[in-house]
Ligand binder design. Structure first.
Ligand SMILES: C[S@@+](CC[C@H](N)C(=O)[O-])C[C@H]1O[C@@H](n2cnc3c(N)ncnc32)[C@H](O)[C@@H]1O
Length: 220
């Protein structure tokens, strides 16, 4: 009986330790319970760059359709960068083509009291970016969903390239670009856009599940 109790206790301890090690929070910036897993380190570096460059205008393509509860699955970037914007006198535009995604994201933005800082637009992202007229300090590309289907993968990669090309001339020397869902079969969302950027004057700072890029001349 005693042996069984010891084995169960060790097993439970190991399970909890494993969970704790895998859990990647953005604490103290975000509450500890939210697990940002594969995006945690790139988010952290991006937040550091946003601080250093004193970013004022952020654009996100593809909004947080699962609110903050989607931290592990989708990233919850609308809330993470919206919160940063609120604390730093900045503004976030988030654009999404789906009414449902916009409604869900808007609900969370309101819950988090970010309504004056985050504006969610219902539009195709490329069209939105083409019509945008202000300088952009941080561009986060995370719209057209990637999947296992090769045709969808190609469409998603082209869409993210089109997004970048639509807003490219609004990016300045210290702009930051982050692309989601990259470390996936056949190159993920960033395959074409990263190749395009590297031919221009951009460099990769972090290459993980997300890819973080700045200009070669970036200085902070
Ligand atoms: C992965 S989710 C975005 C997750 C969000 N960035 C986050 O961090 O929680 C992708 C979103 O892109 C949107 N989307 C797909 N195609 C789009 C397009 N052409 N223009 C704008 N949004 C699009 C989808 O409706 C979906 O809500």
């Amino acid at each position: 009986m005693k042996v069984i109790l010891v084995v169960v206790t060790i097993g439970l301890f190991g399970f909890l330790l494993g969970k704790f090690i895998k859990h990647k929070s953005l604490y103290p910036f975000m509450p500890f319970r939210y697990d940002f897993r594969k995006r945690r380190d790139t988010f952290r570096k991006t937040l550091e760059f946003l601080d250093k460059t004193k970013a004022r205008l952020i654009i996100e393509t593809g909004t947080s359709r699962e609110g903050l509860h989607g931290a592990k699955s989708n990233g919850a970037a609308t809330i993470v960068f919206g919160k940063w914007a609120k604390q730093n006198n900045a503004f976030l535009h988030s654009v999404d083509i789906s009414e449902k995604s916009v409604a869900n994201s808007q609900k969370e933005v309101t819950n988090q009291d970010l309504g004056k800082i985050v504006q969610i637009h219902l539009s195709d992202s490329v069209e939105f970016l083409r019509n945008f007229t202000e300088p952009v300090d941080f561009l986060y590309l995370d719209s057209y969903d990637y999947s296992d289907d090769r045709e969808v993968q190609i469409k998603s990669q082209h869409h993210h390239l089109q997004e970048f090309m639509a807003i490219e001339d609004k990016l300045h020397d210290n702009s930051i670009v982050l692309i989601d869902d990259c470390d996936l079969p056949n190159g993920g969302k960033g395959k074409l856009v990263v190749a395009y950027m590297l031919q221009k004057d951009w460099k990769v700072v972090m290459n993980e599940y997300q890819i973080l890029l700045v200009r070669k001349s970036f200085s902070v």
